[in-house]
Design a protein around this ligand. Sequence first.
Ligand SMILES: [Cu+2]
Length: 65
Amino acid sequence: MIQILQVEGMSCNHCVKTIEEALEQIEVKASVDLEGKSVTVEFHQGKVTLAQIKEAIENQGFDVM
Ligand SMILES: [Cu+2]
């Protein structure tokens, strides 16, 4: 499924990479919109939960709204 998350604290391409790589590790395809302060995530339900995705982002120091 595809979900759009509002994420605070992303400011540059390094942030984008950090989030994309963290999500890649749990098999989530992420696309970051810096200006829109959002992350679009594509994942398989049953393999990974939204809670795990939020946790992975927050573990990198960002806030998921
Ligand atoms: Cu940054």
